[in-house]
Design a protein around this ligand. Structure first.
Ligand SMILES: [Zn+2]
Length: 273
């Protein structure tokens, strides 16, 4: 979820401006890696990103201890944060720079839940590739411009898409600018209405996440998804199951927070008390 106390609130409703902050944060880091300003070929950028990625993973080994989430998603920290794998058989993280800036850490149980869910989805949705977006810093705390994501229990999942009714990943690898994408209230991509949200996959994914969470003594505490898209989600093939699951969806959002939760759905996990 994006901060509502952010000075960017002045631009409430303008998704592009809100996410400009993430973009600037990440792209300024990239710019520093090329201080001489030379034009670098796409191939070289790709291979240097790969090296950075490998180094980052190597420098953040798992210490084998379980994590501890302290405080709340909106004011908290994380002990023994675990790095999500950059990719797996049917999933990948959305942006190499975001990843190497350390924005993909979670609580150990959340990592387990998310990975076991992807494993289960290999059978349920064998043709679908899942993308996850920002999670938390290694030690939690503020992750600008998100309001939550502070204690390893929050994850942004990329909204799955269809193009002309068929599985479509063509817009999933655009990196951090993915946060800028805008959809109308029926789930059509504003720049190309042949692209629509795949609500069936969202529903199935959330149901499985909640199932795996319960095995770990946890649950989905809250989902944040654009309010106007919820009727489409609940009208999908698995909508009734989603309703019956009791997974809580945010009921009221500020216009700014609402407007940014279409290209991704935000999930907060919580411990069952
Ligand atoms: Zn979020």
């Amino acid at each position: 979820m994006i901060t509502k106390n952010n000075p960017m609130n002045l631009f409430a409703g303008s998704k592009a401006i809100i996410h400009l902050l993430i973009f600037l944060l990440i792209s300024s880091c990239e710019a520093q890696s090329n201080p001489n300003g030379k034009v670098v070929s796409q191939e070289k950028i790709k291979s240097s990103n790969l090296i950075k990625l490998e180094e980052f993973v190597k420098n953040h080994p798992d210490n084998g201890e379980s994590s501890q989430s302290l405080g709340m998603v909106s004011n908290g920290s994380l002990k023994n944060g675990k790095l999500m794998p950059f990719s797996g058989k049917n999933f990948q993280y959305f942006d190499t720079s975001s990843y190497t800036m350390g924005r993909a850490f979670v609580h150990s149980k959340v990592r387990e839940i998310v990975l076991l869910t992807y494993e289960a989805m290999e059978k349920e949705t064998p043709d679908h590739r899942y993308f996850l977006m920002e999670t938390s810093n290694e030690k939690g705390g503020k992750l600008d411009p998100h309001h939550t994501h502070q204690n390893g229990l929050s994850i942004d999942f990329m909204t799955p898409l269809l193009k002309n009714g068929k599985e479509y990943n063509g817009l999933d690898t655009m990196g951090v600018t993915h946060y800028f994408m805008e959809f109308d209230d029926n789930g059509y991509y504003k720049k190309d209405t042949s692209v629509t949200i795949n609500f069936d996959i969202i529903a199935l994914h959330l149901l499985q996440l909640n199932k795996e969470a319960q095995k770990q003594g946890m649950k989905i505490e809250k989902v944040i998804f654009k309010l106007e898209l919820k009727d489409e989600l609940f009208a999908c093939k698995y909508g009734d199951m989603l309703k019956q699951s009791g997974i809580y969806f945010a009921q009221r959002l500020t216009p700014m927070v609402n407007s940014v939760h279409d290209d991704h759905y935000h999930v907060d996990f919580g411990f069952i008390k």
